[in-house]
Ligand binder design. Sequence first.
Ligand code: NAD
Length: 316
Amino acid sequence: MRAEKQKVVLVGTGFVGMSFAYALLNQNVCNELALIDINKKKATGEAMDLNHGLPFSNSHMKIYAADYDTCVDADIVVIAAGVAQKQGETRPDLLKRNTEVFKSIISPIVESGFSGIFLVATNPVDVMTHVVKTLSGFPKERVIGSGTTLDTARLRFLLGEYFDIDPKNVHAYVIGEHGDTEFVPWSQAMIGTKPVELIASEWGDQFKKEEMDAISDKVKNAAYEIIESKNSTYYGIGMSLVRIVKAILKNENSILTVSTYLEGEYNQSDVYAGVPAVVGRQGIVEHLNLRLTPDEERTFIKSCETLKMYYKETGL
Ligand code: NAD
């Protein structure tokens, strides 16, 4: 007897899309994966290649290249189509080109009768997620961006190294824009259940605030650093996307710093930004609503203002 169908459609079979697909295959998260790309030949080759790994994987998946009508019975459509950030190119520079790409993608998905959840990875991700909400007319709960999930993973990894603690026991977030105005609200950073700020006061001279600042700078600049050395980043985002897809399909109600539409939370409205939210089968279940310090709240508002400005540049 076949298990209940859990179907994911991936639009964009480039580095990010295929890193996601490969991680999906290895983590047994869904049992059907359809690949769509403007370059159908590439999508077909990628499906063949993935299928040849099936005998060695835990997953029992149907994997195939498809057209947009396949979205009709999909649970999630993941969008990683677009143009990758070039060396020295800012995320806003990508905006106009990617908005045009999205116009050609979202309408056939909606026309297919798709009624699941959109998950967006294309940069600038918060703005592109807003674009998907506008173009699709879907409710905010069902249009999600990868947001600062990758940045938060980078932060947890680096804090884990600094404190010599398993990153799984590091509870800290990067919030705001996935980009230059993102930041770490240190008042919310914990090792286990112990606030980093309390550890700082106990460590005295041993604890260096500058080193925490260096860590948040390293997180913020990670994409630029990786792009400089290998042209693009994809494994980390691929695994972040699988993490979000798993939270949705398994109805985990996991807290993830996805990009979500704010309607009054943190005194912000009509903007997508990365904040910790509960993610489950219906998409965004609720926001965690962190109690930020006044300084952190100001930094968050600044980040949201930047995103609102970028969104205006889409002309939507
Ligand atoms: P890529 O160039 O390797 O892949 C893009 C794919 O999109 C290509 O296969 C291309 O054929 C396809 N495509 C282009 N136009 C299309 C259209 N109209 N319809 C369907 N498919 C189309 O790029 P990549 O390295 O995979 O990056 C993809 C996106 O992911 C970029 O915007 C990049 O900046 C972003 N990204 C996001 C994060 C994050 O944290 N959110 C991290 C890394 C990269």
